[in-house]
Write a protein that binds this ligand. Structure first.
Ligand SMILES: Cc1cc2nc3c(=O)[nH]c(=O)nc-3n(C[C@H](O)[C@H](O)[C@H](O)COP(=O)(O)OP(=O)(O)OC[C@H]3O[C@@H](n4cnc5c(N)ncnc54)[C@H](O)[C@@H]3O)c2cc1C
Length: 359
């Protein structure tokens, strides 16, 4: 029996392991196609993984052109009210500024041309939209911004349920085995047979349960962000990434800002305590762009992990050692901005595999 007291179905076309933003997107797209799908998440509460702690910044730009394609299609989905059960587009279109070394100006201009809307490059300016550029050039995307990742995942899971999917929070997958050429999923709530299994377990892919090990291992890497109070006289600002330092920022609401800087701690535990030294380094790196940070009150520091590994541009799915069992690639700290389109493509692949002949 699962957490909600109902038995799992005996068999299904596709089992999605993990109900974070990735699993939710895959499940939504599968159920919309009429594929029978069961989503299992070990946590009794939704968005218990990276999704629930994420800043949710979304933009059309990525240095990797394949990820850029996924991000632009995903941004279009985040902007379109018709795609959401709530009837509201989840995008908070505060705009996005990506700063870079002046040598990157031609690459940014190419990216601006690929991004629909009013994306443009700013060069030779000290500041744009309330962000100091510290000698850099900037790609400005007025149509980008941020989403609340837990809200997005909840909307997709609600759509999947409405399309017939079974979603079970509080069911932990213990292992997946090959039985007669197709997988069988062992959980703490019973066993179910599947045509295909796809693991979207985020940072837990670094220490997978038997049967879910990706052929190319991924590692859990720390991500730490700090939330500060924006002083009353500080200007509103868009989301921001500086490609030179990796520093980033986003408005949380009318009077709070989130700032972050890469935290290169590998094999970090998901619930590791905040690192105060890194929080200070983050503040110092971002002050060059937001001078008001020197007067901003520190409110919170949030630490978690994401799965890091080969770029999803090398293929969104990796094999495991069990036939018809796939592991979604690590998102390397950027899974929200690609989730709508990545989920659609993974669902296509899983639906095709589920309907292929038994081996
Ligand atoms: C602080 C922070 C800030 C971020 N900011 C951004 C950003 O601005 N923009 C962006 O694009 N990305 C950002 N990211 C990255 C992004 O949030 C992640 O890439 C994305 O949320 C990963 O989603 P997921 O569904 O793959 O994994 P998760 O959300 O981690 O979901 C995995 C799920 O699998 C479940 N699970 C694990 N093992 C099992 C098991 N054995 N059985 C059943 N269930 C299991 C877990 O309970 C969990 O719910 C950020 C991440 C963090 C931590």
């Amino acid at each position: 029996m699962s957490e909600d007291g109902t038995a799992l179905p005996a068999g299904v076309d596709v089992v999605v392991v993990g109900a974070g933003i990735t699993g939710a997107s895959i499940a939504h797209h599968l159920a919309r196609r009429g594929v029978s799908v069961v989503v299992l998440d070990r946590s009794p509460t939704p968005a218990a993984g990276a999704t629930g702690r994420s800043g949710g910044m979304v933009r059309g730009y990525d240095p990797d052109p394949v990820i850029g394609d996924l991000a632009r299609a995903s941004l279009a989905a985040y902007r379109d009210p018709a795609r959401w059960r709530s009837g509201r587009a989840p995008l908070r279109a505060v705009g996005a500024v990506t700063a870079a070394d002046p040598a990157e100006e031609p690459a940014l201009r190419e990216a601006a041309a690929r991004i629909a809307g009013s994306a443009h490059v700013v060069a030779g300016q000290a500041e744009v939209a309330g962000v100091r550029l510290a000698g850099g050039v900037a790609l400005v995307e007025p149509e980008a911004g941020w989403v609340a990742p837990a809200e997005v995942a909840a909307d997709w899971l609600a759509q999947a349920r409405a399309d017939g999917a079974v979603v079970r929070q509080g069911v932990r997958v213990l292992g997946v085995e090959d039985r007669g050429g197709r997988p069988v999923v062992r959980t703490d709530a019973g066993v179910l047979a599947a045509g295909v299994v796809v693991a979207a377990v985020g940072p837990w892919a670094a220490e997978p349960v038997p049967g879910l090990r990706p052929a190319t291992p991924v590692r859990a890497r720390s991500i730490q962000v700090t939330v500060v109070a924006r002083p009353a006289d500080a200007p509103a600002h868009p989301t921001f990434v500086d490609l030179r330092t990796g520093g980033y920022a986003k408005p949380v609401d009318a009077d709070r800002t989130l700032i972050g800087l890469p935290h290169l701690v590998w094999d970090s535990s998901f619930d590791a305590p905040p690192d105060p030294g890194h929080a200070r380094a983050t503040l110092s790196a971002l002050t060059a762009h937001f001078p008001w940070l020197t007067a901003a009150a520190h409110l919170d520091t949030i630490r978690a992990t994401d799965a890091y590994g080969p770029s999803p541009a090398d293929g969104l799915l990796d094999r495991t050692d069990v036939p018809h069992v796939w592991s979604v690639r690590g998102w390397n700290g950027g899974g929200v901005k690609t989730a709508p389109e990545a989920g659609r493509l993974v669902a296509d692949a899983c639906a095709a595999d589920a309907s292929s002949d038994l081996v």
